[in-house]
Design a binder for this molecule. Structure first.
Ligand SMILES: [Zn+2]
Length: 407
């Protein structure tokens, strides 16, 4: 019998528990779109450079270097364009998307082997990145499909489809109440909205992500209650959550995402497969944080177990047998610890509640009500302390982490 409830079986909170978005949610996004860039490909840099600081100097001199970083990233798309342009025919290799193909559309996004026929004005209204991409493609643009200009996109079609469906109004997001969203869809929306700078979708997707990977213990605990599920997530998804947090600088997501990664096994080395066949892996720095974090979690679990099982009755104890029963409960816990030093009692799941274990032991050793209440209060105090120190255990700094022990 498992003594402690597996944290990874926790279910998720109802949509009504929406935390406020962080005011610093989009630290590397421009405050307002810039209409034109005099030389958008003057500083070609590596993909994802917009995530880095302006260490290379070419972007730092701009009055809005953030915009510059987004803009110069476009150069990578330009480099990916074929040098020989021609009419492309839809055939067995290139196929039209069954859903996102509007006969009166006036731009085609060719995403690997999938063609989306959409509306130029709709996409540029939502995304300054699409606007730049289209502007760059058109001067040389004799490449067409069915007389529509073609713009090449290097992202996985499945990922881009999720974003395009929202932009075209074919997908309601945030989801309707009682609808359970797949984590893969949410992750794709975060990635694509971030890459193409679709600010409103990005904001909503991050709010959704932070409902689960929260900075607040009460929200975390509420996620374990029965209710309307809004997200379907599996344990290995925590790997992707860590990478999304890194991508978007969402530090408050990291403690719980890394904590859930601490509960994983072989996935930490093998990674997890994405829908497009690529493998999602953690960066070396995060693997190191998890290794160190696991040690901290075992220490915290051991301290917590000893604290909960302290053989000291409640000051309101009404039963002379309680002290002896508490000593026997402590003995049982220590026996379990000896048999399985890094197991249910002192494992990595330091945030798990002991409430079910407490209910089990009081069936064997009936305690008076005050002593029983005392055990539950100790359990809560232990978990509050673990939550308070979780960023520290996971080796990350979070400005807006909520301390549940604060008065
Ligand atoms: Zn008692």
């Amino acid at each position: 019998m498992s003594l402690r409830r597996a944290v990874l079986q926790r279910i998720t909170p109802a949509p009504s528990r929406t935390p406020s978005p962080s005011p610093n949610l989009l630290p590397d996004w421009p405050q307002s779109p810039v209409e034109s860039d005099p030389d958008p490909i003057a500083h070609p840099i590596a993909p994802d450079e917009h995530l880095a600081t302006s260490a290379r100097g070419t972007t730092s001199s701009s009055s809005n270097g953030v915009v510059k970083r987004w803009r110069v990233n476009i150069a990578d798309h330009a480099n990916a364009l074929p040098t020989e342009l021609a009419n492309i025919s839809l055939n067995g290799t290139v196929k039209r998307d069954s859903d996102l193909w509007f006969e009166d559309g006036n731009i085609i996004l060719l995403c690997r082997d999938v063609a989306f026929r959409l509306y130029h004005g709709l996409l540029t209204r939502h995304s300054v990145i699409f606007k730049d991409l289209f502007a760059m493609a058109q001067p040389s643009g004799s490449e067409t499909i069915e007389s529509c200009p073609v713009v090449h996109i290097s992202d996985p079609p499945d990922d881009l489809r999720y974003l395009l469906r929202v932009l075209c109004g074919l997908r309601k997001f945030p989801v309707v109440p009682n609808e359970r969203m797949e984590f893969a869809e949410l992750a794709a929306l975060v990635r694509m909205a971030h890459k193409y700078h679709v600010e409103d979708v990005h904001t909503r997707a991050m709010q959704h992500l932070k409902l689960y990977f929260t900075n607040d213990l009460a929200t975390w605990d509420a996620a374990g209650a029965d209710g309307n599920l809004f997200l379907h997530i599996t344990p290995p998804d925590a790997i992707m959550a860590v990478n999304l947090a890194r991508l978007t600088h969402a530090d408050s997501v990291l403690p719980t995402a890394l904590y859930l990664c601490c509960q994983l096994d072989t996935e930490l080395s093998t990674g997890v497969e994405r829908s497009d066949g690529t493998t999602e892996r953690l960066e070396q720095r995060d693997l190191e944080l998890i290794l160190r974090g696991r040690t901290e979690l075992v220490r915290a679990s051991t301290r917590g177990a000893c604290s909960i099982c302290k053989p000291l009755p409640s000051s309101q104890c009404m039963n002379k047998g309680c002290e002896r029963a508490l000593r026997e409960i402590l003995g049982m816990m220590l026996d379990g610890l000896q048999k399985d030093p890094i197991g249910d009692i002192a494992g990595y799941a330091a945030l798990d509640s002991w409430e079910h274990w407490i209910e089990d032991v009081v069936e064997l050793w009936p305690l008076c009500e005050p002593c029983r209440t005392m055990l539950h209060a100790r359990d809560l105090e232990v978990r509050k302390d673990v939550w308070k120190h979780l960023p520290q255990y996971m080796g990350v700094a979070v400005d807006d982490w909520k301390d549940p022990t604060a008065k």
